[in-house]
Each structure stands twice: as C-alpha cells, then as structure tokens.
Design a protein around this ligand. Structure first.
Ligand SMILES: Nc1ncnc2c1ncn2[C@@H]1O[C@H](COP(=O)(O)OP(=O)(O)OP(=O)(O)O)[C@@H](O)[C@H]1O
Ligand SMILES: [Mg+2]
Length: 405
C-alpha cells in the first residue's frame, strides 16, 4: 500500500496521521513545505520518503513536483487531511486515475455555497443562502433573505471574516471589514445550539461517529477575546434530542458522495428541535478534536482513519465512556506570558478527571487568538456525566487565568 500523504508534517495533528498510516502498514510518501532536517527522527521513521516543496498551496507546482518524484512508481492512495489540500489531493488522484473522491466531489465539501445546494437538493434542511461576488450581490442577497443574516467567505476557515448582521447598518460595517474577500456566502442566521458531527466513513457510511458541542458557538467565541472557548464531546450522542443531527449528518454524507475518510460537519439544533446543516469538510476536525474523540473512547482515531483510508476497515471498538471537554485560554495583556493563576487549584478540583494541560508557560510569546483556536494553550478534562464534564470545563474557563506583558 503506497500512499502519497499531503502535508505530512503540518498542522501538528498530521504527524499523528502519518504515524497512523505507517502503523497500518502503508509506505508513506510525505509531502510538505518543511525542510527534511527540521523533521523529528520519529516522523522521518514513519515515512518511506519525503518531498519538500517550496509552496504547498501552489497546486500546479506541487502536482508537477510530485509527479516527477513518483515517476515509475505505482501509487495506491493520495490522501490529505487538512482542508486547504483536499482539492489538490483530488487533482492528483484524477491525474493518476486513482480511486478516491473526484475534484467535483471534493468541491462539494469545500465550497460553502455548492455544498448547501447539494445538501438541499437531497431534501435536507440548510440555511437559505446566496453566493455573492460583489457588494451589490451581498446587499441584494440580504434583501432577499431578510435579517438577521451571516456573511462569510465561500472558502472560509476559523470563522475568519464571518459576521452576523442584524440590520442594514451592521451589514454595511461587515462589508467595510471584508473588502479583501472576493467571494461570500450570504445566509439566513440560524438560531440555536451548535454541534459537530464527526465521522470516519467507509463507502460513505460512518464506521465511527462523534458529536461535540461548541460552548459558545464559534462565531461568538471568535468575537470576544475574554471568552475561553469550550468544546465538549457528547458521550450520550444518541440521545433523542440529538438524533435529528445524526440523521442529518448521515444523509449529508450520502448526498455529497463521501467515500473512505473523515467528515467534519457542523450543525444547529434550533429551539424547536430541528437540525439544520451548517457546513462540512472531508477531512479530520482540527483544534485537537481528534484527541478529544480519542479520550472519549480510549481509542486511536489517527490510526483507525489510516486503516479506513488504506484498507476500508475500522477495527477499534469505540465505547463512549466520557464527555471530554477542552478549554482554550487567551491571556490578558500582550507580549509574553508572565503568570498563570488558578491552574493548580483547577487540577486539584478535576482530580482523576484531569486529562491534559498544554497551556503556554511564563516566558512564551502569546499566540494570535484570532488566527488560532488553540490560542495560548488549553486544558482537557473528561467525565462520564455530562453535567460534571461541563462544570469542570467551565471551572477552567473562568478559574484559570493567564497574564501577559
Ligand atoms: N447560517 C448561520 N447561522 C448561524 N450561525 C452561523 C451561520 N453560518 C455560520 N455561522 C456561525 O459562524 C461560524 C463560522 O461559520 P462556518 O463554520 O461556516 O465558517 P468556518 O470559517 O469554516 O468555520 P470554522 O473553520 O471555525 O469551522 C459557525 O461555526 C457558526 O457559529
Ligand atoms: Mg465552521
């Protein structure tokens, strides 16, 4: 099983997927923009060979270089688990007539307007939405859909340039702030709670499923720096209240022609109990959600994804044992971290339910909280009882404070 794996070295999770591929017996041909010397010995050990490219986002250039590099070798899979490279992987597959999702199929997971059109065509509930290529388009779409609306980039990530507009004045402010965005999706704003539906599918049918709740919703978490975003996996994901989301998710995978990989869907649960589609990607969730999924069931989804992608087999039993909460922290002040308050008290409170602490330590430079959900680090806990997991997570959100100067 010879696998070309794009972005084998970055983001950090990809290294774990590279490990997973090696562990299920694949020969991994990793591609990335990091230099070979900068890779850890472990990572080099998991790869049969590695190609450094100057610009991993330059699709045409990467296609030429990888084609040269692989000349004369048969290849069984081209894989990518990082959103911006999913189209590139499909282009390589098409070029080499390989199995896996086509460019057109992947576009259904990448283009926010197209995905909604396809999901809607399958009879599923999506927000009303319009593609907009100019300010005039956005205004016309707002008029047609009616406030409140959301304006966001078609190929967005991390809730960047995403605005809720309740009226014309807020819309004008959003337009002024998004002049650099060339293509937008204008959507009906859906009230309700927001969840994920994460899957590893075989022939489009989930062999593994997960639900996590965003507390608060990403659009709010990204708007105020003082918020410590909390995400908790739901142990009891098949409770009646969430079943509409599970059903929606499974149908979305069918509608979009998923094959053998991760799906990361976001959806809304309205006050009336209806599940409404948000968005989906055909790749692993970021922000350590894969780690949370692993801690929820004591499994290794990095390896199981690799097994599915290579061999169409998911072997782990995945009993849902815990609700696993992650809490991202943002320091008060700019510059370098000077102090952490409340961490030891929280760890003591969490006791055996404490899982991980990756907070930046004093002396480290602060990260840009708008650019990375991980911000200035995070703590993780888990508990079999939802209320307890929630209480402990929020105790970290309010009780742990990082300072910078
Ligand atoms: N139609 C909508 N109604 C209500 N809220 C929405 C809507 N569209 C987007 N949002 C909010 O904005 C957030 C970001 O939107 P979306 O998920 O489409 O973009 P993204 O940048 O790909 O997000 P991320 O990378 O953070 O998952 C959503 O998680 C949700 O909180
Ligand atoms: Mg999103």
């Amino acid at each position: 099983m010879r696998v070309v794996f794009l972005a084998a070295t970055y983001p950090a999770e990809m290294v774990q997927f590279t490990r997973g591929l090696a562990e299920v017996g694949a020969e991994v041909y990793g591609v990335g923009d990091a230099s070979k010397q900068s890779l850890s010995k472990e990572l080099k050990g998991w790869m049969t060979d590695y190609l450094q490219v100057p610009r991993i986002m330059d699709e045409d250039d990467v296609i030429e270089r990888v084609t040269q590099w692989m000349r004369g070798k048969s290849i069984d899979r081209v894989l990518a688990n990082w959103e911006p490279l999913t189209i590139l992987a499909a282009r390589l597959r098409e070029r080499w007539s390989m199995p896996g999702m086509s460019v057109d199929t992947v576009r259904g997971f990448r283009d926010k307007q197209l995905m909604k059109e396809r999901v809607k065509a399958a009879g599923l509930r999506v927000p009303k939405s319009k593609r907009a290529l100019s300010e005039a388009d956005v205004r016309a779409a707002a008029e047609e859909i009616g406030f409140p609306i959301v304006v966001k980039p078609i190929a967005g990530a991390g809730s960047a340039d995403t605005y809720k507009c309740r009226d014309q004045a807020e819309l004008e402010a959003a337009l002024a702030a998004t002049k650099h965005v060339t293509e937008c999706s204008v959507e009906e704003f859906i009230e309700g709670e927001e969840f994920t539906f994460d899957t590893i599918s075989i022939d489009g049918v989930p062999a593994y499923e997960n639900i996590a709740q965003y507390l608060p919703k990403p659009i709010e978490a990204r708007s105020e720096q003082w918020i410590s975003p909390v995400i908790i996996t739901v142990k009891d994901m098949y409770q009646p209240r969430l079943l509409p989301g599970v059903e929606l998710g499974r149908n979305v995978l069918k509608a979009l022609n998923m094959d053998d990989t991760f799906g990361h869907m976001e959806w809304f649960l309205t006050p009336k109990g209806e599940a409404v589609f948000g968005e989906i990607g055909c790749r692993a969730p970021g922000g350590h959600l894969v780690d949370q999924m692993n801690w929820t069931s004591d499994i290794d989804c990095f390896r199981e994804w690799a097994r599915v992608a290579c061999w169409k087999s998911f072997e782990a039993k995945a009993p849902r044992k815990y609700n696993c909460g992650i809490v991202f922290k943002r320091a008060l002040g700019e510059g370098r971290i000077t102090r952490i308050d409340g961490l030891n008290a929280w760890k003591k409170q969490a006791g055996r339910w404490f899982v991980d602490d990756q907070l930046l330590r004093p002396g480290s430079r602060r990260r840009n909280w708008k650019q990375t959900l991980v911000s200035d680090g995070f703590v993780v806990c888990r508990h079999p009882d939802w209320e307890e997991a929630r209480r402990l997570s929020f105790a970290a959100a309010t009780g742990i404070k990082l300072f910078a100067a």
